[in-house]
Design a protein around this ligand. Structure first.
Ligand SMILES: *[C@@H]1O[C@H](CO)[C@@H](O)[C@H](O)[C@H]1NC(C)=O
Length: 484
């Protein structure tokens, strides 16, 4: 009996033995769209894959959530800053801000007239988005805001309100590199603008990763500091799975991958395999922590749940003046006058069936419940008059969030059979694991958040996780397995 108990204790002991290793490198990837359930299905199908192999020496988190809303922009912001939209101020890549003005290229004016403008950070900001290398962001296309009392053409890194892991690693004298869809991921640099040595937009992101591992600078990069070796922290995304989900998705009934989606998964897995092989060839695999966490999932997984409703039906249903509505499989409603909120909610309630609305979130619920993973005791903003998360006092927060039924997309596009950005589990419950040769396979099946990887990455590099302003503001923590 005693012996059995001892044997049992020995067997489970590694689960509680936190990893304290300091790594020389962290490679942090988002496989955009990859659900937690996809990992399970893929490993069953491809037991010899790179993902399956990485999981053999990994801490895997099977109930892990990205930000809400689950758009790429807040998803990345969470992963790099450790904080939710109310703290980062990053709610979506195309949204509204009551304190911004239109770009100079549109208005021909600098911050004049009443504030309130669409804030879009995508390829439309670039000099020439039709080219593979767009030339980067043309500042005249940027939305404008007052920063330090001065009208400023506002880059994405000036909109995120809290510092990022890339900034902290650079400030420690080490180098970082990042790659993503387009130059608006300049956000990763953080408020100082100094958070990256290199940012690249290679269409095949794996080429950028492989160049960095050999210490060279890929084409299509903006270089702040020339690489002197392999970056200490490098990251970025793989998009093929997300594209495969939007076009082909899953088989009705079995919810198995379609052949096309499986091909996309194989492509990403092979790309990860090249990264692992390069790390091994350089002799740094044992000194590298590889993190995979998706910035978003995709909804619906079950194709029979898919349905679309024109986004143009939302504003008329609100029936009070609206400044802007962001729509995907979610609706973020910015009212012209916050005092209309209750009336707008009543009006929307009257249209629940027509608009297939599952939930309408506003007021206290929006501030305290939905948009934080934890209660936020010390809201952070450099301006004390702004109360983060409160639409009455924070110009970036929508007045109302509409959550449609699972699978409903507010769009007129016929191209997509799935979308992300919303609040459903299909959108938010994503692939999450940390793999390194020293880790003993452990599965954590309780709820965690992708944002917990930000302080974890700093800790794994021997830096202070509490250097992240967003983690302090939200009383955040290092993810399980890496805690002291
Ligand atoms: C607006 O600001 C830009 C950049 O500072 C400047 O080049 C331009 O002359 C200004 N235009 C007006 C009309 O003030």
């Amino acid at each position: 009996m005693l012996l059995q108990a001892l044997a049992f204790a020995a067997a489970i002991a590694p689960t509680f033995a936190d990893s304290d290793k300091v790594y020389q490198h962290v490679a942090a990837f988002s496989i955009d769209g990859l659900h937690s359930s996809d990992v399970e299905k893929y490993v069953a199908k491809r037991p010899a894959s790179t993902i399956a192999t990485l999981l053999k020496t990994a801490y895997e988190y099977t109930d892990c959530y990205t930000s809400a809303p689950s758009d790429s922009f807040p998803g990345v912001a969470a992963f790099i800053s450790g904080a939710d939209p109310r703290t980062t101020g990053i709610w979506y890549d195309d949204t509204w801000d009551r304190s911004f003005w239109d770009p100079y290229s549109i208005s021909d004016k600098n911050c004049s007239g009443p504030p309130g403008a669409e804030v879009t950070y995508d390829e439309s900001k670039d000099y020439d988005s039709t080219k593979l290398w767009s030339g980067g962001i043309n500042p005249a296309n940027l939305p404008q805001s007052m920063i330090g009392g001065k009208c400023t053409w506002t880059y994405p890194h000036q909109r995120i309100r809290v510092n990022t892991i890339y900034e902290i690693v650079e400030a420690s004298g080490k180098q970082t590199a990042y790659t993503d869809k387009h130059p608006a991921y300049d956000m990763v640099r953080g408020p100082s603008g100094k958070g990256l040595s290199i940012i690249g937009y290679d269409q095949l992101h794996v080429d950028a990763f492989l160049d960095w591992i050999s210490g060279t600078t890929p084409v299509n990069s903006e270089v702040q500091n020339k690489l002197t070796g392999i970056p200490t922290l490098f990251g970025g995304n793989f998009q093929a799975v997300s594209v495969g989900q939007k076009s082909y998705g899953y088989v009705a009934g079995s919810l198995d991958f379609t052949a096309e989606l499986l091909r996309a998964l194989d492509f990403v897995d092979a790309s990860l395999g090249k990264v692992v092989a390069a790390l091994k060839a350089k002799g740094i695999y044992d000194d590298t922590l590889i993190i995979v966490a998706s910035k978003h999932g995709q909804a619906p997984i079950d194709p029979t749940k898919y349905g679309k409703i024109s986004q143009h039906l939302l504003a008329p249903a609100v029936k009070v003046p609206v400044s802007f509505i962001t729509t995907d499989d979610v609706g973020l409603v910015f009212l012209a006058d916050a005092r209309d909120t209750d009336a707008a909610v009543d009006n929307l309630n009257g249209q629940r069936d027509t608009l297939k609305i599952a939930d309408i979130i506003s007021g206290e619920r929006l501030i305290y419940e939905g948009y934080g993973s934890y209660p936020s005791p010390k809201p952070y903003h450099s301006n004390a008059n702004i109360h983060p998360g409160d639409p009455a006092k924070d110009p970036a927060v929508p007045n109302i969030i509409i959550k449609p039924e699972l699978g409903i997309i507010y769009t007129t596009s016929t191209a997509k059979i799935a979308e992300h950005g919303g609040l459903s589990d299909d959108d938010r419950k994503v692939a999450c694991f940390a793999s390194a040769s020293n880790l003993q396979k452990t599965v954590y099946d309780h709820k965690v958040y992708t944002k917990e990887f930000a302080p974890t990455i700093l800790k794994a590099l021997g830096l202070d996780p509490m250097a992240l302003q967003g983690v302090v503001a939200e009383s955040g923590k290092v993810i399980d397995g890496f805690r002291n």
